[in-house]
Design a protein around this ligand. Structure first.
Ligand SMILES: [Zn+2]
Length: 153
């Protein structure tokens, strides 16, 4: 009933608050978001992040007039996108991640950061990314890397 009454408004609404950052064809890699070493709780947080279901100040100020809509770090309007992608306090962390991804031959962007993106293509998994220790089993212990001679050149 509610959906029928608001059908037109819902049709005009983006499916995620991140749509303008993710592009029109992107869909989250849910399998990657709920796969070890990530815990279910971390996957759930990513689900909430993608759906804008996080109590940021732009929402909280609507239900609590004592709260302003500004970001406590920079004063900009605190939306989910601002809080997790645009805020200046994230700059160093995002630069660090961008450098790490670049060193692995992968691109770092909002699709990867928020959607768990299809980052590592099969040929890349065989390259630099394969040199990282892998986790195995349900306990998430690190596996020893096999020493089978010099790596790829
Ligand atoms: Zn901010």
């Amino acid at each position: 009933m509610v959906q029928a009454l608001n059908h037109q408004r819902l049709c005009d609404q983006a499916d995620t608050v991140w749509r303008s950052h993710l592009g029109p064809a992107f869909s989250p890699a849910w399998g990657a978001l709920y796969k070890p070493p990530l815990t279910k709780r971390q996957g759930d947080l990513q689900w909430r992040l993608l759906h804008g279901a996080i109590a940021v100040n732009a929402f909280v100020c609507r239900v609590n007039r004592a709260v302003g809509e500004g970001c406590p770090f920079c004063g900009e309007r605190e939306t989910v996108v601002h809080c997790f992608w645009e805020c200046g306090r994230l700059r160093h962390m995002l630069e660090l991640l961008r450098g790490l991804f670049t060193s692995l031959g992968a691109e770092f962007n909002a699709q990867v950061f928020v959607g768990g993106g299809q980052v590592l293509q099969p040929q890349q998994e065989e390259g630099a990314a394969a040199q990282f220790p892998r986790r195995s089993g349900q306990d998430g212990r690190l596996c020893e890397q096999e020493e089978d001679g010099p790596g790829p050149e």
